[in-house]
Design a protein around this ligand. Structure first.
Ligand code: NAD
Ligand code: TDX
Length: 330
């Protein structure tokens, strides 16, 4: 098996590459990544049987050649940060929509299996007391340029399955945490602010709820779907990890030896989704998937240790990221 992983030098893609490298020792992995500000070749370096192609998924000729030379494609490549999408939406339209179109056309031409990676944000948000979590039947209702372009990419995949018989599956996962996540994202931002002697920054009141899952568990879910999922189906991936942002910040502060209220409130994100929550019954029942990180506090402590020990990895991202946030007042 030779698998093409688009976006494999990003946060979740690189965790998936290491997962597959460990779990499927006879597979060859080709990482296809433009290495934007969010990608880092060091996240997948030193692994045997892993090759890196630096190229754009929007480039028809390069994605076509890469797809032709592999058996299956797992498509992680995307612009992934909501705050950036509010500031500068074009790269999201380009990569998430046009890039996914090029990936679909390439797998159609060459008859390859595709697994498309998406997000729970396509479903919009829930009330804090809504008893019904997101399911594969929930109507799409995205809020931001990021989530709307991800929603559009999912719809393209569904249409290519139905109209052209493309052999594809889709997964929509909740918020990931773990090693190799860019410091623009919530958890690594707060950890690295504290390591730099500054206070965590909470948007608005901090009552917004996210359903946290470790990137390792997202990866095992994706591999299960790639190998055993039903073509044309959508699987939701989540590990029942709901926490509000205030609780997460307090936990990070406590684990790093600070008072739990030693954070600052900053400007809220426009259109900020209130709550996401995943019902992963299909993945659990049909494919027998189970998360391995069941204790968020333990997973978070391990993630904090990783950032403490890997300053050389995150330091080059930090200054520019905080400069961008200063412009936004966040
Ligand atoms: P990330 O921003 O860390 O990584 C994205 C990767 O894609 C980077 O390596 C970047 O260089 C690459 N890339 C961007 N544009 C490209 C292009 N035009 N051509 C080739 N490569 C390109 O993102 P992430 O957090 O790892 O997310 C990966 C996927 O998972 C995305 O599709 C995202 O929507 C989805 N997802 C993320 C989360 C989360 O919590 N982070 C949750 C659910 C789903
Ligand atoms: O400094 C911060 N302070 C803060 O309170 C940052 C960066 C974020 N937040 C809040 C906003 C969100 O409620 O924390 C929550 C998480 O924020 P992000 O890490 O930006 O993630 P989110 O917007 O929830 O989207 C993430 O999960 C779904 C990923 O970035 C997406 O790619 C994925 O699809």
């Amino acid at each position: 098996m030779r698998v093409l992983v688009t976006g494999g030098a990003g946060f979740i893609g690189s965790n998936f590459v290491r997962h597959v490298h460990r779990e499927r020792p006879d597979w060859e992995i080709v990482v296809y990544d433009l290495l934007t500000y969010a990608g880092d070749a060091r996240s997948v370096e030193g692994l045997e049987r892993v090759e890196l192609i630096q190229a754009d998924i929007c480039n028809e000729a390069s994605i076509d050649a890469a797809v032709a030379a592999t058996d299956a494609v797992v498509h992680f490549a995307a612009e992934s940060h909501n705050d950036n999408s509010l500031h500068s939406p074009w790269p999201f339209v380009s990569t998430n929509l046009i890039g996914t179109y090029q990936v679909l056309e390439a797998v159609r031409r060459h008859g390859r299996r595709l697994h498309h990676i998406s997000t729970d944000e396509v479903y919009g948000d829930l009330e804090l007391d809504d008893p019904q979590k997101f399911t594969p039947q929930t109507a799409y209702n995205p809020s931001s340029p990021y989530s709307s372009t991800k929603a559009g990419s999912d719809l393209l995949v569904r249409a290519w399955v139905r109209s052209f018989g493309v052999q594809a599956t889709i997964s929509n996962c909740s918020n990931n945490y773990g090693p190799y996540q860019h410091v623009e994202k919530f958890i690594p931002r707060q950890i690295t602010e504290l390591l730099d002697g500054r206070r965590p920054k909470l948007y608005g009141t901090g009552e917004n709820v996210r359903d946290w899952i470790h990137a390792e568990d997202h990866s095992s879910g994706v591999l299960a779907i790639l190998e055993r999922g039903q073509i044309g189906e959508t699987y939701l991936i989540g590990a029942d990890g709901e926490r509000n942002n205030r609780e997460v910040v307090a936990l990070i502060l406590r684990l790093m030896g600070h008072e739990p209220d030693a954070f600052d409130h900053v400007n809220d994100r426009p259109g900020h989704d209130l709550r996401y929550a995943i019902d992963a019954s299909r993945l659990r029942e049909e494919l027998g998937w189970r998360p391995s990180y069941r204790d968020f506090e333990q997973g978070l402590a391990a993630t904090i240790s990783w950032y403490r020990e890997h300053e050389a990895w995150w330091r080059p991202q930090k200054r520019e990221t905080e400069a961008r946030y200063r412009v936004l007042g966040r």
